[in-house]
Design a protein around this ligand. Structure first.
Ligand code: NAG
Ligand code: NAG
Ligand code: NAG
Ligand code: NAG
Length: 429
């Protein structure tokens, strides 16, 4: 299953992992590390980050990561389990994590692990659901960070106070409990030195009534930053095709205002997270749809960004796409239809330089700053971010004084075309 973040849109639709015992011999992490973590992480230098999906390490080994272009890499995922004393790396190649951390440190890059994800958030609510459990979960997290010599932990709870995949434990007090847990973690001798981040949806966390909170400023005191997962805003679950990761939607028609970097940053900062503690999550993959020729192309010969599509003919994406199957909740799903940026090159939509290939229809929606490609013969239509879209997001980060970017996922890029574009747009290169 796709472990990344899925959209709020999915919320309206709608594993137990094995165990890795916590450590018997905690050592003080970073004892010999000359960097002061809290200080370094709280300074205002650009965060140039990506998630590294452990389960793709055979295809995208550590040696393929462009370490010198990143400040932070986050290994994904350690998943929550029914036992608050355990988080599990099962399914994410646990054997690779120590080498990941060592390689990051050899390159001066901070190494984090992300806890949760779309399929790994089933037991977050209970892990922080009582004072006793919060204390136990603080120990679980700090023992894990110590065992693996981590610089930080990314909390990817999808989502506090609202359902995600469909079978997560959910409690009205989730967001309050999450904050209480973070306070306790920050007060812990190991926790206070960790970089603590949270991956979030485009909407601020939900309160007891299930609606988004207007004040989440308490989190800004505990977390170094949040990474807004501004992707999966449109996908195969939507009514029409649309942008996976819109930069802007305030310029779109009312029905197409479903979230964007512009509106998400406005909402999170209005709710009390300062822009210098907001990292923009960006996507190195796009979503495909089956769209017939008359729906895909308008009278002027342009691709329609918001076209009807045939969900029954959902295309399969690239080699990393999720096959049709049964998810962690026991529900049947079709193929995901995701194409990584390299997958669009492999499938013949793009050339090796990331430009449209011959026979590919291409358009760029200026409001959402999204690329669209289409092959008439297969009737496969894909919305994704290309170098132009990543450059625009880099400019937005710079102009809005955000903390930086985080790419889901490092291995989705091809020859650093996207990474170089966003770094240069943000003023890092
Ligand atoms: C903390 O960061 C500031 C700059 O932001 C630097 O001047 C100072 O030396 C740093 N302190 C430590 C202990 O690293
Ligand atoms: C505390 O954690 C245990 C699992 O370790 C769980 O069974 C229990 O329901 C949790 N308590 C609360 C109040 O969520
Ligand atoms: C978003 O769209 C609005 C309305 O058209 C416009 O005023 C604003 O400049 C746009 N922002 C960005 C970052 O594109
Ligand atoms: C394309 O699909 C639409 C429905 O989305 C349908 O009305 C139309 O007849 C189809 N056109 C062709 C050429 O199949």
């Amino acid at each position: 299953m796709m472990y990344s973040l899925f959209s709020f849109s999915l919320l309206i639709l709608s594993l137990v992992a094995g165990s890795t015992r916590s450590l018997a011999h905690p050592r003080k992490p970073h004892g010999a590390d000359p960097h002061n973590h809290a200080n370094a992480s709280r300074s205002s230098s650009l965060v140039s980050a990506a998630w590294y999906a452990g389960w793709h390490s055979d295809d995208f080994p550590l040696a393929s990561v462009s370490w010198n272009k990143y400040t932070h890499l986050t290994y994904s995922f350690a998943v929550t389990t029914p036992d608050v004393n355990t988080i599990s790396l099962d399914g994410s190649n646990p054997d690779v994590l120590p080498q990941f951390v060592e390689t990051a440190h050899n390159n001066g890059v901070k190494a984090l692990v992300s806890v949760g994800g779309w399929t790994g958030s089933l037991y977050y609510s209970t892990a922080v659901g009582s004072a006793e459990n919060r204390t136990a979960f603080v120990k679980t997290i700090t023992d894990f960070a110590t065992k693996y010599k981590l610089d930080g932990i990314d909390f990817d709870w999808e989502y506090p106070g609202t359902q995600g995949i469909g079978c997560n434990a959910v409690n009205a007090d989730d967001t309050t409990n999450f904050l209480a847990f973070l306070r306790e973690l920050r007060a812990h001798p190991v926790g206070k030195h960790l970089i603590l981040t949270a991956a979030t949806s485009v909407f601020p966390w939900a309160g007891p009534d299930g609606n988004q909170l207007s004040d989440v400023s308490g989190f800004a005191k505990e977390l170094d930053w949040i990474a807004i997962m501004n992707y999966d805003v449109w996908g195969p679950w939507s009514a029409t095709t649309g942008p996976n990761a819109p930069l802007n939607d305030t310029c779109a028609s009312a029905e197409n205002q479903q979230g964007s970097a512009v509106s998400a940053v406005a909402q999170w900062s209005a709710a009390g997270i300062p822009t210098h503690q907001i990292v923009l999550g960006v996507a190195s993959y796009g979503h495909s749809f089956h769209v017939n020729v008359s729906d895909a192309i308008d009278d002027s010969g342009s691709l329609r960004p918001y076209a009807p599509f045939d969900a029954a003919l959902q295309p399969t994406g690239d080699k990393w796409d999720d096959d049709a199957g049964v998810d962690e909740c026991g529900n049947e799903n079709g193929p995901g239809g995701n194409f990584d940026f390299w997958g669009l090159i492999d499938a013949g939509f793009l050339t090796l330089s990331g430009d449209p290939a011959p026979l590919t229809a291409y358009d760029f929606d200026v409001c959402s700053q999204t690329a669209y490609v289409y092959h008439e013969e297969s009737e496969v239509f894909v919305s994704f971010d290309d170098a132009r879209a990543f450059t625009a997001k880099g400019h937005f980060i710079k102009d809005t004084k955000l903390r930086g970017f985080a790419i889901w996922e490092a291995g989705g890029d091809f020859n650093d075309i996207l990474l170089d574009a966003i770094r240069s747009g943000a003023g890092a290169a």
